[in-house]
Design a protein around this ligand. Structure first.
Ligand code: ZN
Length: 249
């Protein structure tokens, strides 16, 4: 079992007095469902703070009510309506420049306003672009629209706004569209265990199968309380004085 790779990587960090930060981003949340309950329950059992990327156009009071009993959960802005505006030959994107920039900016402003109204203290003003894609012109405008951070997938790049990305995706989007091989996921996570690093784990609760649920249970239980890592909320990580050390390099 390659979860041993992760345990060894964390043991090594801990034995040198180091630590890696982990954070959990779950996308496409709209409303309370059994799938959401299962996901939040798994995280809560190990006291792991989750950040939900919520689709503003399609969500409402029901989700806000459901999250009242989840003190460890943050809400972020997942675009506006998660609609693809790209031509057929181009990868899906909502936040490209396929529409006038003012229209896209209006969507982003409306999304932040709606989720702030619904979620108040739970709202963290980070933008999570649908399909993890956003045009560079829009990134520059995010601070002016009220966003203090951007989260996509892959290594962080220098940007006009602080980036806090995800790096390990539990879903096999191009194959089964179910859970990826846990062996690969543990190996990927282990390889990212660098002193002072941050690893974002990306989930999509609406499409989790038993493979994902089992992987998350194993990941959560072996990392919770391990001295080589700590699960933190997106807000806590971004509030760290040392963050974003890597992005300045
Ligand atoms: Zn999405």
């Amino acid at each position: 079992m390659t979860e041993r790779l992760l345990i060894e990587a964390l043991d090594k960090l801990a034995s040198n007095g180091n630590c890696v930060d982990l954070w959990l981003r779950d996308d496409d949340c709209i409303e309370p469902t059994e799938a959401l309950d299962a996901f939040l329950g798994a995280a809560a059992r190990q006291k792991i703070p989750a950040t939900l990327a919520v689709i503003p156009a399609h969500t409402g009071e029901a989700l806000a009510k459901r999250l009242e009993s989840e003190p460890g959960v943050l809400v972020t802005v997942h675009g506006w309506s998660h609609e693809n505006h790209a031509p057929a030959s181009v990868k899906k994107r909502e936040l490209g420049l396929d529409r006038p920039v003012e229209v896209v900016e209006g969507n982003l402003r409306a999304g932040l306003e709606k989720l702030t109204r619904l979620h108040e203290v739970r709202l963290f003003p980070m933008l999570v672009p649908p399909w993890n894609r956003i045009d560079a012109t829009l990134i520059e405008r995010l601070p002016g629209l009220g966003f203090n951070a951007l989260s996509t997938f892959g290594p962080e790049k220098p940007a006009a706004v602080t980036m806090l990305n995800t790096h390990v995706d539990v879903i096999d989007w191009h194959g089964t569209r179910g859970g990826r091989d846990p062996e690969l996921l543990f190996a990927e996570t282990a390889a990212l265990c660098l002193p002072g690093g941050v690893i974002g784990v990306l989930t999509h609760h609406l499409v989790h199968d038993d493979v994902v649920a089992d992987f998350l249970d194993r990941l959560f239980s072996l990392t919770a309380g391990h001295p080589g890592c700590r699960w933190r909320s997106a807000a806590d990580i971004l509030a760290s004085p040392a963050f974003p050390a890597d992005q300045e390099a």
